[in-house]
Design a protein around this ligand. Sequence first.
Ligand SMILES: Nc1ncnc2c1ncn2[C@@H]1O[C@H](COP(=O)(O)OP(=O)(O)OP(=O)(O)O)[C@@H](O)[C@H]1O
Ligand SMILES: [Mg+2]
Length: 311
Amino acid sequence: MILAVTMNPSVDISYPVDRFKFDDVNRVETVRKTAGGKGLNVARVISQMEDEVLATGVLGGTIGDYIVQELNESNIPNDFLRIEKESRNCIAILHEGMQTEILESGPTLSKEEGTAFLEKFECLLTTASLVTISGSLPKGLPTHFYRKMVEISCNKEKPVIVDSSGEELKQVLKHEKKPFAIKPNIAELSQLLGFEAEAGNIDMKQTLNHEIFKGIEWIVVSMGDKGAFVRHGDDYYQVTIPKIDVINPVGSGDATVAGLAVALNRNQTVESVLKTAMTTGMLNAMEAVTGFVNIRKLKKYYDCVKVKKID
Ligand SMILES: Nc1ncnc2c1ncn2[C@@H]1O[C@H](COP(=O)(O)OP(=O)(O)OP(=O)(O)O)[C@@H](O)[C@H]1O
Ligand SMILES: [Mg+2]
């Protein structure tokens, strides 16, 4: 079973309006509400790939209830730490071809709630074969919280894929217990290193040779429609993808993490792991719904992904 962690899930609400009026009333007729959060997208895609998954993290209140209800309706097994405080709403107003977002920061967790989650996490690890950690931490938890989760997982010999950014990711990488894989995009990679990372092969090879990546088996730098550049052990790969009709690329990175998790969990070859991860990302970009992939198209697009080893 793959354990997919979302520490600060949300209910994502979209409000389509013809024209967004400031300092006035905006009425909305068709409202869409979905359980959101990067780890939930990962869990959904793993489930669509027919692998066993368990969604976990922290949630509370009626918004938390809504998230659980939606996961149950989609037959996604879940086991979250329940807290008293209310989980968050994230609102996207779709107007005049633009998207204006209002994102609540979510509940502030206490130290005790953090500890309670770590205990739960350790318990859930017993039946897990691989872990994914996605997105940012809720307020109240220290930036080394993911580092702690990676440490607990390593002690139980469970590989972890971390898809996070900023200080939280830095803390994970600096620790002696390493994640098995990370999947930064170019912006996250640049932020991590403190300089603008360039997508060219020679530059990328040099960049991923940085001290900070020592001991991490897989570094998958996703680059949207340009595919990915990857370091696996001491080998480097450029992965290119076909041109596709993009409908909504949001969550493609999460779908890539899901593909990566499933392929690694199935002990696929290096080439196959990378082709699977790229394909699930593309399939997500081809759909309107975030965290949805049409698995019947997998084979067709998988065959079009090219993996080239860079000397
Ligand atoms: N416009 C696109 N065209 C084709 N494939 C795409 C496109 N955007 C994303 N993908 C696929 O999804 C993968 C991950 O996308 P991307 O690099 O944008 O991740 P991300 O920035 O982490 O996204 P997010 O955090 O929104 O999920 C890409 O490597 C690629 O395979
Ligand atoms: Mg991402």
